[in-house]
Design a protein around this ligand. Sequence first.
Ligand SMILES: [Fe+2]
Length: 356
Amino acid sequence: MLISTEDDVVTAQPGRTHNIEAMRQDYYARIAKHDMAPLWTVMSALIPDEPVTRCKPTIWHYDDVKALVMESGSLITAEEAKRRVLILENPALRGEARATNTLYAGIQMILPGEIAPAHRHVSSAVRFVLDGKGAYTAVEGEKAFMSHGDFLITANWAPHDHGNTSDRPMLWLDILDAPTINFFETSFGEDFGSPTQPTTRRDGDSLSLYGSGVLPDGTAVMNRTPVINYTYARTRPIIERMLAAGEIDKRHGARVRYANPITGGPVLPTMGAHLAMLPKGFAGEPYRSTDGTIFACAEGRGTTTVDGQVFAWGPNDVFVVPPWKRYHHNASEQSVLFSISDRPAQEALGIWREGR
Ligand SMILES: [Fe+2]
């Protein structure tokens, strides 16, 4: 029989300890049969004193990645695979198709002449172009031809397909908010009858129309950017200009945030990205924030120290800094780092924090 709480306190003495523990275990077993559990045994795990992550800091070196991805080209076609991608799985989250707890990352390859057929899905995707020139991503009627360092947006439910009309393989980093969408159990997706979508706009139209300080009359406010391709050719000179002007953040370098040009907000409600130039010899101050971040090196060489662990990076290497882990960057050459995280989602929920 269960004794009252007041009795527990009064009688929690040597000799009674074993007894009360046995009674508790019996009680837990009985409530478990009714699909209930005591909060007090899990309270500290449910509400820890500071963020706890399952995700580990990790790096994928491009030399290894490229060789392995190229090998997949002889095993399966892009059309057969729908998307020929090797997932970058966080070593602490194997089998879960995620690089951080909330973001998926993968390396996609498309060979000359191949098409990755048109589809759409609720998960938003972005691409950061690593290698090759001249393949395209078609999104909402705009066929965007891609080059190294370009940053492309495929928003929630936007039809998209890829094709390679160049004579070289093309590889890029895909990041999707799929783990977030699947956390909410809200994922839909569909294929189209034809492998490609009709082209209704010219390459570069969306960047020119919406990203030039003017807006076409009647442009509606959206919670995601209308720009399909933030080209490296446009963005890199901006961070170079900031660097030259000495506008260098002590933690992040000369950094810009990719913005929705209509609202000034993030490119997507679930994901936000930055591009930073670090001068040669940059020794960044320590930083941490609650958004687990995926970095890709566009240029240069350096190291990022995460929680005391040093990761050396070079061109096209991809690495992960987990939430609330302290890190700092060092650049041995002038370098450019792309980064992306779930920060906009955290900010919308009022849970994002940063610190030293
Ligand atoms: Fe897709």
